[in-house]
Design a binder for this molecule. Structure first.
Ligand code: TYC
Length: 111
């Protein structure tokens, strides 16, 4: 018995097992977690939430918050879909239980 990865290969009728081609491992599609500005959520809360959910240092979280505050929206991170959805839900839940209108959404990357 011959085990072959080549469909054309034969062992003269003794039986050939042809293996499927190696599955090509594709990169998962990526999604941006986008933070939206609003007029009411305190800046310090936004910084706290960004640090807690995304693990940034205080200084980096402050830069992201200020960029969202001035530009209207900003990217907090880029992840595979399930992780992006989880981070987005964590941000929105944290805002909701603290009674702030802070909103985060996800957007597919359009490379
Ligand atoms: N604009 C808010 C304020 O002036 C601060 C803020 C920043 C709110 C970023 C949301 O995603 C946000 N208090």
């Amino acid at each position: 018995m011959i085990v072959s990865s080549n469909e054309n290969e034969t062992d003269a009728g003794l039986g050939v097992i042809t293996l499927e081609d190696e599955p090509q491992l594709k990169e998962p599609p990526l999604f941006q977690v986008v933070l939206l500005n609003d007029d009411f959520t305190p800046m310090e809360f936004v910084v706290y939430a960004i640090q807690k959910v995304f693990g940034y240092e205080h200084e980096r979280a402050t830069q992201i918050m200020l960029s969202v505050h001035t530009k209207g929206k900003g990217v907090c991170g880029i992840f595979p879909k399930e992780i992006a959805e989880m981070k987005c839900a964590e941000m929105n839940n944290l805002a909701q239980i603290n009674e702030h209108p802070l909103l985060t959404e996800i957007e597919p990357m359009t490379d």
